[in-house]
Design a protein around this ligand. Sequence first.
Ligand code: SF4
Ligand code: SF4
Ligand code: F3S
Length: 267
Amino acid sequence: LENQPRPATIWLNFQDCTGCTESMMRADAPSLERLLFDLISLDYHHTLQAAAGESAELARTQAMVANEGNYLLIVEGSIPTDQAGYATTAGVSNQDLFIEAAENAKAIIAIGTCASYGGIARAYPNPTGAKSVGELLTNNKPLINIPGCPPLPVAITGVIVHFLTFGEWPLLDNLQRPLAFFGRTVHDRCSRRAFYEKGLFASRFDDPGAKTGWCLYQLGCKGPFTYNACATTKWNDGVSFPMEAGHGCLGCSQPYFWDNDSFYRPL
Ligand code: SF4
Ligand code: SF4
Ligand code: F3S
């Protein structure tokens, strides 16, 4: 990869909190620096680029024209569809910007649960008519979803590098997620699993059982229904993950998890 021209990459932010970008910035395999300096040419990124205004938009359109049919499009955030004016960039609605950029992309990555499934903006009553990338994609460009709120950093950079190396996505599940990161539930690898099997459940976040490592299922943990690699790769360079830090899984990589109405209750 280091001896080839770095592939053009355009990253669009729509209805998002930029948490997915924040997560990617903490990647270590490969790191963000290695990704940007050696592997891709990040020609446009709303929150990371130094350029602003007309020069930023010019960089995007130039990259799209110069790399027609060959650039990687990455989308962070859901796309509002009820009214064009809900969210715009340089006077162009999110929906039009996405459709224009998707038209000549080589492949599309939906980063985070917002882009993959609509996320928090799509939660009831969905006031902006938020949709996911997959719902708005009208062509047959290869699409991969990397959900999570935010996604694991290594899932983001790992998928990008896999695509650049092999020219195709890794194996996907039925929700278009890479099986390497979403093939098993968080529960499968959780450090509290032994207590779940023994029927030892914490009843409060501050009770002695919770501190000893008892299972958090009765406090609303959604690990058994959530496919993600948090318990394996962990966060912050492998330091910890929610259940190790004392909090149950909210199911953030599953579609429509905001609408379960059960964050701190068992399903
Ligand atoms: Fe933010 Fe979560 Fe949406 Fe990513 S998926 S933009 S972290 S709300
Ligand atoms: Fe499963 Fe959650 Fe209990 Fe861990 S804390 S064993 S993920 S139910
Ligand atoms: Fe999300 Fe659950 Fe992992 S809330 S960060 S999938 S432990």
